[in-house]
Design a protein around this ligand. Structure first.
Ligand code: FE2
Length: 354
């Protein structure tokens, strides 16, 4: 008799069969993560980078395409959001083609056929992709259904020419609908004072999908307010450098993660987290998660998108500056001094109030 099988994790079994490294940590340096040959995707290399705060629905991998190399054509019944870490190349999706470079963002629409190409003959290209493969594979546990499915989702295609549609909602919830953003470092953001001094952001609707992405910026000399929510928001540093503190309610001390381009981390479920810019340039970060503002999927995402900038004292999920632990501002002043910078929180708050 066969051994009884239980506690089956179809996704875990699947990624282990890929034979590439599987790294698990709170935060990971994706630019320097070791990669190994990944024959399932072609003559390329890869590694899974699983954050401890990833939750149940999504995973993350790094793909390295060798100089002048390409992936095999892929097609599957799960969604992917791709962030370009390094190098230049192009991607073809169901006949549409576009060129990407460092800090490009795009989505691979559900069950569309696509192929990535490295356009440099000298340098490898490195992409990071967040996918909802864990959700899909654990729900259907049938690889043939997920990877050899002929259904066409006509409503998932959007713009690949770098343009998009701005959808005005209200601060913190304005959306940009597209399938491709050429360069996050220069993308226009919209003021969002409720999240912190001088704060700005944009939400992305990519390929009309369920995956979420947004980008936020902290001006020089500022930090965001702390808040908390469910798991799976993967934070990618885009410009500048800084650090984030994270802790659970009632913890005595903070933990800290330092970041710059290439770093990713994901605060775990209900973990307070707060982001600090210590660089002489504005610090931008990209967040990718499962369940977006248009299709939140989970009740907790709805609450997050409505309550992320509302004080915990008013039933929301944010700690206002005046309610935060006094050590937080002191640590920040010391960090800035180390970098020869001054806080600019007060000036920016005054400017916002005018
Ligand atoms: Fe957050």
């Amino acid at each position: 008799m066969a051994e009884p099988r239980y506690l089956i994790d179809t996704h875990r079994e699947f990624i282990e069969r890929d034979g590439i490294p599987i790294v698990e940590s709170f935060g990971i340096d994706l630019l320097h993560l070791g990669v190994e040959p990944w024959p399932r995707l072609g003559e390329v290399k890869g590694a899974y980078a699983l954050t401890s705060g990833r939750g149940d629905f999504i995973d993350l991998y790094v793909l390295e395409i060798p100089p002048a190399g390409k992936t095999e054509p892929q097609k599957h019944l799960f969604e992917e959001v791709v962030y370009v870490l390094d190098g230049r190349g192009s991607t073809t999706i169901d006949g549409h083609s576009f060129e990407w470079g460092p800090r490009s963002l795009f989505a691979l629409p559900l069950n569309a056929q696509y192929q990535h190409f490295n356009s440099s003959g000298q340098r490898p290209a490195r992409l990071a992709a967040v996918t909802n493969l864990p959700l899909v594979l654990n729900a259907f546990h049938n690889e043939d259904f997920v990877f050899n499915n002929s259904f066409v989702f006509h409503e998932r295609h959007g713009k690949y020419d770098g343009d998009g549609t701005f959808i005005s909602v209200r601060p913190g919830r304005h959306m940009w609908e597209t399938n491709f953003v050429p360069d996050l470092s220069s993308f226009k953001l919209y003021q969002w004072d409720a999240r912190g001094a001088g704060s700005s952001n944009i939400m992305f609707v990519l390929a009309n999908g369920t995956m979420h992405a947004h980008m936020s910026e902290m001006p020089v000399g500022t930090y965001k307010k702390a808040h908390r929510h469910g798991p799976d928001f993967h934070i990618f540093a885009v410009t500048g450098q800084g650090y984030s503190l994270y802790w659970y309610e009632h913890d005595r001390d903070f933990e800290r993660f330092d970041w710059q381009h290439g770093a990713v981390f994901a605060p775990a479920d209900r973990m307070f987290h707060q982001h600090f810019n210590t660089s002489p340039e504005p610090a931008r970060y990209l967040a990718i998660a499962f369940g977006g503002l248009r299709y939140p999927f989970a009740e907790d995402k709805k609450k997050t998108f409505m309550g992320m900038d509302v004080s915990v004292k008013d039933g929301g999920r944010q700690i206002e500056y005046e309610d935060q632990d006094s050590r937080i501002h002191r640590i920040y002043r010391e960090e800035l001094a180390r970098h020869g910078l001054e806080p600019r929180m007060a000036q920016l708050a005054r400017a916002a109030a005018r």
